[in-house]
Design a binder for this molecule. Structure first.
Ligand code: AHR
Length: 316
Protein backbone atom coordinates (compact mmCIF):
# COMPACT_ATOMS: atom_id res chain seq x y z
CA UNK A 1 0.00 0.00 0.00
CA UNK A 2 2.90 2.34 0.83
CA UNK A 3 4.51 1.72 -2.55
CA UNK A 4 1.25 2.59 -4.23
CA UNK A 5 1.39 5.95 -2.48
CA UNK A 6 4.94 6.51 -3.74
CA UNK A 7 6.40 5.83 -0.27
CA UNK A 8 9.04 3.32 0.80
CA UNK A 9 10.34 2.33 4.24
CA UNK A 10 13.93 2.87 5.40
CA UNK A 11 16.35 5.75 6.04
CA UNK A 12 15.94 7.34 2.61
CA UNK A 13 12.17 7.03 2.48
CA UNK A 14 10.54 10.31 1.34
CA UNK A 15 8.24 11.93 3.84
CA UNK A 16 4.55 12.04 2.89
CA UNK A 17 4.91 15.82 2.46
CA UNK A 18 7.69 15.37 -0.11
CA UNK A 19 5.72 12.71 -1.96
CA UNK A 20 2.78 15.06 -2.14
CA UNK A 21 5.06 17.77 -3.58
CA UNK A 22 6.09 15.52 -6.45
CA UNK A 23 5.21 17.44 -9.62
CA UNK A 24 2.12 16.23 -11.39
CA UNK A 25 2.90 14.67 -14.77
CA UNK A 26 0.53 15.58 -17.60
CA UNK A 27 0.67 13.88 -20.99
CA UNK A 28 -0.78 16.13 -23.68
CA UNK A 29 -1.44 15.10 -27.27
CA UNK A 30 -1.87 18.13 -29.53
CA UNK A 31 -3.57 18.05 -32.95
CA UNK A 32 -0.63 19.60 -34.80
CA UNK A 33 0.56 23.05 -35.84
CA UNK A 34 -1.94 23.69 -38.63
CA UNK A 35 -3.02 27.22 -37.73
CA UNK A 36 -2.19 30.42 -35.87
CA UNK A 37 -4.88 29.38 -33.38
CA UNK A 38 -3.14 26.05 -32.74
CA UNK A 39 0.25 27.73 -32.15
CA UNK A 40 -1.36 30.04 -29.59
CA UNK A 41 -3.04 27.03 -27.93
CA UNK A 42 0.25 25.09 -27.73
CA UNK A 43 2.09 28.09 -26.28
CA UNK A 44 -0.66 28.64 -23.72
CA UNK A 45 -0.45 24.99 -22.59
CA UNK A 46 3.36 24.94 -22.39
CA UNK A 47 3.56 28.27 -20.52
CA UNK A 48 0.77 27.36 -18.12
CA UNK A 49 2.40 24.00 -17.29
CA UNK A 50 5.65 25.80 -16.36
CA UNK A 51 3.76 28.34 -14.27
CA UNK A 52 1.83 25.62 -12.46
CA UNK A 53 4.92 23.46 -11.78
CA UNK A 54 3.46 20.61 -13.84
CA UNK A 55 5.74 18.28 -15.80
CA UNK A 56 4.34 18.33 -19.33
CA UNK A 57 4.94 15.52 -21.80
CA UNK A 58 3.90 17.10 -25.10
CA UNK A 59 3.30 15.20 -28.34
CA UNK A 60 2.42 16.78 -31.71
CA UNK A 61 0.18 14.45 -33.77
CA UNK A 62 0.67 16.25 -37.08
CA UNK A 63 -3.10 16.11 -37.68
CA UNK A 64 -3.15 12.29 -37.64
CA UNK A 65 -5.41 10.30 -35.33
CA UNK A 66 -3.06 7.30 -35.39
CA UNK A 67 -0.30 9.50 -33.92
CA UNK A 68 -2.62 10.62 -31.14
CA UNK A 69 -3.53 7.03 -30.32
CA UNK A 70 0.20 6.15 -30.17
CA UNK A 71 0.91 9.17 -27.94
CA UNK A 72 -1.90 8.26 -25.53
CA UNK A 73 -0.64 4.64 -25.35
CA UNK A 74 2.85 5.92 -24.63
CA UNK A 75 1.51 8.18 -21.83
CA UNK A 76 -0.26 5.14 -20.35
CA UNK A 77 2.98 3.12 -20.52
CA UNK A 78 4.84 5.98 -18.82
CA UNK A 79 2.17 6.03 -16.06
CA UNK A 80 1.54 9.78 -16.27
CA UNK A 81 -0.85 11.20 -13.67
CA UNK A 82 -3.32 12.76 -16.13
CA UNK A 83 -3.78 12.59 -19.91
CA UNK A 84 -5.23 15.50 -21.89
CA UNK A 85 -5.75 15.75 -25.60
CA UNK A 86 -7.36 17.77 -28.33
CA UNK A 87 -8.81 15.09 -30.61
CA UNK A 88 -8.16 15.57 -34.31
CA UNK A 89 -11.47 13.86 -35.20
CA UNK A 90 -14.60 13.03 -33.19
CA UNK A 91 -14.84 9.25 -33.54
CA UNK A 92 -12.62 6.19 -33.04
CA UNK A 93 -11.47 6.78 -29.45
CA UNK A 94 -13.27 4.08 -27.47
CA UNK A 95 -10.48 1.48 -27.43
CA UNK A 96 -7.61 3.72 -26.37
CA UNK A 97 -9.73 5.58 -23.81
CA UNK A 98 -10.77 2.23 -22.30
CA UNK A 99 -7.05 1.42 -21.98
CA UNK A 100 -6.49 4.70 -20.09
CA UNK A 101 -9.46 3.97 -17.83
CA UNK A 102 -8.17 0.45 -17.11
CA UNK A 103 -4.83 2.00 -16.14
CA UNK A 104 -6.68 4.40 -13.82
CA UNK A 105 -5.42 7.49 -15.63
CA UNK A 106 -8.01 10.29 -15.88
CA UNK A 107 -8.48 11.89 -19.30
CA UNK A 108 -9.37 15.53 -19.95
CA UNK A 109 -10.54 16.68 -23.39
CA UNK A 110 -9.50 20.15 -24.48
CA UNK A 111 -10.73 22.22 -27.40
CA UNK A 112 -12.51 19.41 -29.30
CA UNK A 113 -15.07 16.82 -28.27
CA UNK A 114 -15.27 13.08 -28.96
CA UNK A 115 -18.18 10.74 -29.61
CA UNK A 116 -17.76 7.73 -27.32
CA UNK A 117 -20.10 4.93 -26.24
CA UNK A 118 -19.38 5.57 -22.56
CA UNK A 119 -19.07 9.18 -21.30
CA UNK A 120 -17.13 8.01 -18.23
CA UNK A 121 -14.14 7.45 -20.57
CA UNK A 122 -13.21 11.10 -19.98
CA UNK A 123 -13.58 13.29 -16.94
CA UNK A 124 -14.35 16.66 -18.44
CA UNK A 125 -14.25 18.62 -21.68
CA UNK A 126 -13.09 22.23 -21.79
CA UNK A 127 -13.49 24.19 -24.99
CA UNK A 128 -15.63 26.40 -27.20
CA UNK A 129 -19.19 25.88 -28.34
CA UNK A 130 -18.47 25.37 -32.04
CA UNK A 131 -22.15 25.18 -33.04
CA UNK A 132 -22.67 28.61 -31.47
CA UNK A 133 -19.64 29.95 -33.37
CA UNK A 134 -21.19 28.72 -36.62
CA UNK A 135 -24.50 30.35 -35.66
CA UNK A 136 -22.78 33.67 -35.00
CA UNK A 137 -21.13 33.52 -38.44
CA UNK A 138 -24.48 32.60 -40.05
CA UNK A 139 -26.37 35.42 -38.30
CA UNK A 140 -23.73 37.85 -39.47
CA UNK A 141 -24.16 36.55 -43.06
CA UNK A 142 -27.96 37.03 -42.86
CA UNK A 143 -27.49 40.62 -41.64
CA UNK A 144 -24.90 41.29 -44.31
CA UNK A 145 -27.30 40.06 -47.00
CA UNK A 146 -30.10 42.25 -45.67
CA UNK A 147 -27.91 45.35 -45.99
CA UNK A 148 -25.87 44.51 -49.08
CA UNK A 149 -28.07 42.29 -51.20
CA UNK A 150 -31.66 43.24 -50.44
CA UNK A 151 -32.95 41.33 -53.47
CA UNK A 152 -31.85 38.23 -55.38
CA UNK A 153 -29.82 35.19 -54.49
CA UNK A 154 -26.86 35.18 -52.09
CA UNK A 155 -24.34 32.54 -53.10
CA UNK A 156 -22.01 31.30 -50.39
CA UNK A 157 -18.89 29.18 -50.64
CA UNK A 158 -17.74 27.36 -47.53
CA UNK A 159 -14.22 26.29 -46.54
CA UNK A 160 -14.67 23.51 -44.02
CA UNK A 161 -12.15 22.47 -41.39
CA UNK A 162 -10.60 19.01 -41.10
CA UNK A 163 -13.03 16.31 -42.22
CA UNK A 164 -14.58 14.54 -39.21
CA UNK A 165 -13.34 17.09 -36.67
CA UNK A 166 -15.76 18.54 -34.12
CA UNK A 167 -15.22 22.17 -35.21
CA UNK A 168 -15.85 21.34 -38.89
CA UNK A 169 -19.03 19.38 -38.11
CA UNK A 170 -20.41 21.85 -35.57
CA UNK A 171 -19.49 25.08 -37.35
CA UNK A 172 -21.20 23.81 -40.49
CA UNK A 173 -24.28 22.83 -38.51
CA UNK A 174 -24.57 26.17 -36.66
CA UNK A 175 -24.07 28.21 -39.84
CA UNK A 176 -26.62 26.22 -41.86
CA UNK A 177 -29.13 26.57 -39.03
CA UNK A 178 -28.70 30.37 -38.85
CA UNK A 179 -28.90 31.07 -42.59
CA UNK A 180 -32.29 29.38 -42.76
CA UNK A 181 -33.60 32.76 -41.55
CA UNK A 182 -33.24 34.00 -45.15
CA UNK A 183 -33.99 31.45 -47.90
CA UNK A 184 -32.02 33.51 -50.43
CA UNK A 185 -28.77 32.44 -48.75
CA UNK A 186 -27.52 29.23 -50.35
CA UNK A 187 -24.28 27.29 -49.92
CA UNK A 188 -23.11 26.92 -53.50
CA UNK A 189 -19.96 24.93 -52.78
CA UNK A 190 -18.43 23.45 -49.66
CA UNK A 191 -15.10 21.68 -49.32
CA UNK A 192 -12.45 21.01 -46.69
CA UNK A 193 -9.37 23.22 -46.52
CA UNK A 194 -8.08 21.22 -43.52
CA UNK A 195 -7.76 24.39 -41.39
CA UNK A 196 -4.56 25.47 -43.21
CA UNK A 197 -3.71 28.59 -45.24
CA UNK A 198 -2.25 26.58 -48.12
CA UNK A 199 -5.32 24.38 -48.50
CA UNK A 200 -7.68 27.32 -48.00
CA UNK A 201 -6.00 29.07 -50.92
CA UNK A 202 -6.02 25.97 -53.12
CA UNK A 203 -9.72 25.22 -52.55
CA UNK A 204 -10.73 28.87 -53.02
CA UNK A 205 -8.85 28.88 -56.35
CA UNK A 206 -10.95 25.92 -57.44
CA UNK A 207 -14.17 27.64 -56.27
CA UNK A 208 -13.28 30.74 -58.28
CA UNK A 209 -12.40 28.76 -61.39
CA UNK A 210 -15.88 27.21 -61.59
CA UNK A 211 -17.31 30.61 -62.71
CA UNK A 212 -20.85 29.23 -63.10
CA UNK A 213 -22.41 31.61 -60.57
CA UNK A 214 -21.25 34.77 -58.83
CA UNK A 215 -19.86 34.16 -55.34
CA UNK A 216 -21.20 36.75 -52.90
CA UNK A 217 -19.84 35.49 -49.61
CA UNK A 218 -17.14 33.19 -48.26
CA UNK A 219 -17.57 31.38 -44.96
CA UNK A 220 -14.28 29.91 -43.69
CA UNK A 221 -14.24 27.64 -40.63
CA UNK A 222 -11.02 29.32 -39.50
CA UNK A 223 -9.04 32.51 -40.09
CA UNK A 224 -6.05 30.73 -41.63
CA UNK A 225 -8.16 29.31 -44.47
CA UNK A 226 -9.75 32.76 -44.93
CA UNK A 227 -6.30 34.34 -45.19
CA UNK A 228 -5.26 31.75 -47.79
CA UNK A 229 -8.52 32.37 -49.68
CA UNK A 230 -7.93 36.15 -49.63
CA UNK A 231 -4.70 35.53 -51.56
CA UNK A 232 -6.60 33.42 -54.11
CA UNK A 233 -9.28 36.13 -54.49
CA UNK A 234 -6.66 38.83 -55.07
CA UNK A 235 -4.71 36.68 -57.50
CA UNK A 236 -7.94 36.18 -59.46
CA UNK A 237 -8.15 39.98 -59.84
CA UNK A 238 -11.01 40.40 -57.36
CA UNK A 239 -11.24 42.46 -54.19
CA UNK A 240 -11.95 40.68 -50.90
CA UNK A 241 -14.77 42.39 -48.92
CA UNK A 242 -15.85 44.51 -51.94
CA UNK A 243 -16.39 41.67 -54.43
CA UNK A 244 -16.72 38.81 -51.95
CA UNK A 245 -17.65 39.31 -48.31
CA UNK A 246 -15.69 37.09 -45.89
CA UNK A 247 -16.64 35.73 -42.48
CA UNK A 248 -14.32 33.41 -40.58
CA UNK A 249 -13.70 32.01 -37.12
CA UNK A 250 -10.90 32.19 -34.49
CA UNK A 251 -10.05 35.85 -33.97
CA UNK A 252 -6.29 35.44 -34.38
CA UNK A 253 -3.98 38.42 -34.88
CA UNK A 254 -3.72 37.68 -38.64
CA UNK A 255 -7.50 38.11 -38.97
CA UNK A 256 -7.39 41.46 -37.19
CA UNK A 257 -4.58 42.58 -39.49
CA UNK A 258 -6.61 41.48 -42.52
CA UNK A 259 -9.64 43.43 -41.23
CA UNK A 260 -7.51 46.54 -40.66
CA UNK A 261 -6.24 46.16 -44.26
CA UNK A 262 -9.88 45.99 -45.47
CA UNK A 263 -9.63 42.36 -46.62
CA UNK A 264 -11.85 40.54 -44.12
CA UNK A 265 -15.31 41.55 -42.86
CA UNK A 266 -15.56 39.75 -39.55
CA UNK A 267 -14.10 37.06 -37.30
CA UNK A 268 -15.94 35.05 -34.67
CA UNK A 269 -13.77 34.50 -31.62
CA UNK A 270 -12.60 31.02 -30.55
CA UNK A 271 -10.37 31.28 -27.51
CA UNK A 272 -7.19 29.12 -27.68
CA UNK A 273 -5.79 30.25 -24.32
CA UNK A 274 -6.91 27.14 -22.47
CA UNK A 275 -3.60 26.40 -20.70
CA UNK A 276 -4.20 27.92 -17.24
CA UNK A 277 -7.66 26.31 -16.88
CA UNK A 278 -6.34 22.97 -18.12
CA UNK A 279 -3.56 22.94 -15.49
CA UNK A 280 -6.07 23.74 -12.75
CA UNK A 281 -8.35 20.94 -13.96
CA UNK A 282 -5.43 18.47 -14.01
CA UNK A 283 -4.62 19.37 -10.39
CA UNK A 284 -8.28 19.18 -9.36
CA UNK A 285 -8.84 15.81 -10.98
CA UNK A 286 -5.72 14.44 -9.34
CA UNK A 287 -6.94 15.78 -5.98
CA UNK A 288 -10.17 13.84 -6.50
CA UNK A 289 -12.41 16.90 -6.91
CA UNK A 290 -15.71 16.56 -8.76
CA UNK A 291 -15.58 18.45 -12.06
CA UNK A 292 -18.35 19.60 -14.38
CA UNK A 293 -18.57 17.39 -17.48
CA UNK A 294 -18.49 20.41 -19.81
CA UNK A 295 -16.71 23.75 -19.39
CA UNK A 296 -17.48 26.25 -22.16
CA UNK A 297 -15.29 29.25 -23.01
CA UNK A 298 -16.79 32.73 -23.36
CA UNK A 299 -16.31 34.31 -26.78
CA UNK A 300 -17.26 37.36 -28.86
CA UNK A 301 -17.43 38.46 -32.47
CA UNK A 302 -15.33 41.23 -34.03
CA UNK A 303 -16.19 43.22 -37.13
CA UNK A 304 -13.76 45.25 -39.28
CA UNK A 305 -14.94 48.57 -37.82
CA UNK A 306 -13.53 47.68 -34.38
CA UNK A 307 -10.42 45.83 -35.62
CA UNK A 308 -7.91 48.72 -35.36
CA UNK A 309 -8.93 49.48 -31.79
CA UNK A 310 -8.98 45.79 -30.76
CA UNK A 311 -5.75 44.68 -32.44
CA UNK A 312 -3.34 46.03 -29.77
CA UNK A 313 -5.35 44.22 -27.07
CA UNK A 314 -5.25 40.81 -28.74
CA UNK A 315 -3.30 38.15 -26.83
CA UNK A 316 -2.95 35.74 -29.76
O1 AHR B 1 -10.34 23.16 -32.84
C1 AHR B 1 -10.17 24.53 -33.02
C2 AHR B 1 -9.83 24.81 -34.44
O2 AHR B 1 -8.68 24.07 -34.83
C3 AHR B 1 -9.48 26.24 -34.77
O3 AHR B 1 -10.55 26.98 -35.17
C4 AHR B 1 -8.57 26.05 -35.92
O4 AHR B 1 -7.88 27.20 -36.30
C5 AHR B 1 -7.76 24.93 -35.43
O5 AHR B 1 -6.89 24.41 -36.29
Amino acid sequence: ALAALGLTLGASAPTPALAADKPLVLGFSQVGAESEWRTANTNSIKDAAKQAGITLKFADAQQKQENQVKAIRSFIAQKVDVIAFSPVVETGWDTVLKEAKAANIPVILTDRAVKVSDPSLYVTFIGSDFVEEGRKAGKWAVDWAKKNAPTGEVNIVELQGTVGSAPAIDRKKGFEEAIQADPRLKILRSQSGDFTRAKGKEVMEAFLKAKDKKIHLLYAHNDDMAIGAIQAIEEAGLKPVKDIAIVSIDGVRGAFEAMVAGKLNVTVECNPLLGPQLMQLAKDVKAGKQLPKRITTEEGIFTADVAAQELPKRKY
